[in-house]
Design a protein around this ligand. Structure first.
Ligand SMILES: Nc1ncnc2c1ncn2[C@@H]1O[C@H](COP(=O)(O)OP(=O)(O)OP(=O)(O)O)[C@@H](O)[C@H]1O
Ligand SMILES: [Mg+2]
Length: 241
């Protein structure tokens, strides 16, 4: 069961929103998703407690460095994907979580000049590779990108990442009011009514494209094996150890 971690030590980069979009898309495709909520503010847990229970989604709250391994072991059999939402700060869980992950996604606001929180995660990933020869696949996902204009700041951030040879997903997460509304209604985009929420179709399209791109990097091994396709396992800490 792949473990996908969303990390950026800067608050408000769009981690929780991206976790929600990916998790609800995977659940819609029929995958059983367990979201590990490591943020003491419990945004994902509160979203899950609001509204009707969503099929294929389980949320575990209060995940810490001390409990994460046990939580993964005890839920492994009933989960196709683990998605971890980290708090927007540097915590002891960060290094542990990164080391356990099959893929780390680093949300960075396309318009923000300070991609510092993202850089901190990238430095940790580089440290693991250089010092321990552990390479964790990772990508930056640009978030809250304005749908109308490509800002200069966004180009600067992209160029900087390309210079450092950091992969940036082709699909940015666009700034959409529907993504904010998800938290108020405790649902997925698919329970929303098109008449009441603006640009819902575009929001769905964007979320779907984002999830598809992530799945390209983190295939679910169980399903792939059933389809008898050649499986290219992501190099994990376990396999590298
Ligand atoms: N793509 C988006 N479109 C519209 N609003 C967004 C988008 N992404 C994030 N937001 C809003 O920005 C705020 C911060 O986003 P979010 O909670 O996802 O960030 P975070 O990185 O998880 O923050 P923290 O570090 O505090 O946990 C929230 O109010 C959220 O609704
Ligand atoms: Mg958050």
């Amino acid at each position: 069961m792949p473990i996908i971690t969303f990390a950026n030590t800067k608050g408000g980069a769009g981690k929780t929103t991206a976790v929600l979009l990916l998790s609800t898309e995977l659940a819609r495709q029929g995958y059983r998703v367990t979201i590990l909520d490591a943020d003491p503010q419990r945004w994902i847990s509160r979203w899950h407690e609001t509204g009707e229970p969503l099929k294929n989604i389980t949320v575990i709250s209060y995940v810490t460095a001390a409990t994460i391994q046990g939580m993964i072991s005890s839920n492994r059999a009933k989960t196709d994907y683990f998605i971890l939402d980290l708090p927007g700060a540097s915590t002891p869980l960060l290094a542990t979580a990164i080391g356990m992950s099959d893929h780390v996604l680093i949300p960075i606001q396309g318009c923000a000049m300070d991609a510092k929180g993202g850089a901190q995660v990238l430095e940790l990933l580089k440290y693991l590779e250089d010092k321990a020869n552990i390479r964790i696949p990772h990508s930056v996902v640009l978030t809250r990108v304005n749908s109308m204009v490509t800002t200069r700041a966004l180009q600067v951030v992209k160029a900087l990442l390309a210079e450092r040879k950091v992969r940036v997903l082709d699909t940015p997460i666009i700034e959409r009011s529907a993504y904010r509304d998800l938290f108020d209604y405790g649902c997925s985009l698919y329970e929303m009514e098109a008449e009441r929420f603006s640009n819902l179709d575009k929001a769905k399209e964007n979320a779907e494209a984002f999830a598809m791109e992530v799945q390209g990097y983190v295939p679910n091994r169980m399903i792939r094996a059933q389809e008898q396709e050649p499986v290219r396992l992501p190099r994990t800490v376990r396999s590298a150890a």
